[in-house]
Write a new protein. Structure first.
Length: 243
């Protein structure tokens, strides 16, 4: 079964890589400018391990309660693999202490209160010897101002960025966004690109733009995305979470 699954994942990965490469060529960008994060949410640790075998080094999860055990299991399955785990889903402040123990990056920071909670959690983890490095974070920008979807309003991104940089425990890496359902992805990602330009004027190291998923990665790359988050096109439409 694992041999068949690995072949399936390899074929899917080749298709996704070709889509990314073609989009980069069309945009006149080097392929190396765009990072691929495999979104392994709802899929078992065995799939993450097989992706690691295929050379995928960045993995994303959206639920802390699933990701914590899964990252431990994957480390046991592939102890030699150097993987970078990203939290990409909405995050409650009471999960901050748990998240900083497994995630190298949080892409869904959307409030000053969450920034403070994460910074406090990083400090606690460092004191306990559970973490050595600051936590990389991306500000999730709201492109439709819908509070149910999460995200920081674009006119508040600058203030939140200042809050992040003054914590001392967080490293601001850039912006993340999800195209609203029914919206024109190209128009949405163009807005995000402009927001990223404004952010980099005051924070030149915040150069990452995480945008684009299985259905709209081409439009995101056209508008400057440096990181695409792909789940369905890689792993399929339905998964069984790790126990």
């Amino acid at each position: 079964m694992s041999t068949e699954r690995k072949a399936e994942l390899a074929a899917n990965l080749a298709e996704v890589e070709e889509r990314i490469a073609a989009a980069c060529r069309a945009a006149g960008r080097p392929r190396e400018e765009v990072k691929l994060i495999a979104i392994t949410k709802t899929f078992p640790a065995s799939d993450a391990a097989l992706l690691a075998d295929l050379g995928v080094t960045d993995l994303g999860e959206n639920r802390d309660q699933d990701a914590g055990p899964k990252t431990v299991e994957v480390a046991g399955l592939r102890p030699e693999a150097t993987l970078r785990w990203h939290m990409v889903g909405r995050l409650q402040r009471n999960k901050a202490r748990s998240v900083v123990e497994w995630a190298q990056e949080v892409q869904s920071l959307d409030s000053a209160r969450l920034a403070d909670a994460l910074a406090k959690a990083v400090h606690t983890a460092r004191d306990a010897g559970k973490r050595e490095e600051p936590l990389d974070v991306l500000i999730q920008a709201s492109l439709d101002d819908d509070p149910e979807r999460g995200g920081c309003p674009l006119d508040e991104v600058g203030a939140l960025a200042e809050r992040v940089t003054h914590t001392g425990e967080l490293r601001l890496r850039g912006l993340m966004a999800v195209a609203p359902l029914g919206a024109d992805p190209s128009a949405v990602f163009e807005r995000l690109a402009l927001a990223g330009e404004r952010l980099r004027k005051d924070h030149p190291n915040a150069a990452e733009v995480s945008a684009g998923m299985s259905h709209d990665l081409e439009q995101a790359i056209t508008h400057g995305s440096t990181c695409v988050r792909v789940g369905t096109a890689l792993l399929g439409g339905r998964g069984l979470a790790s126990p």
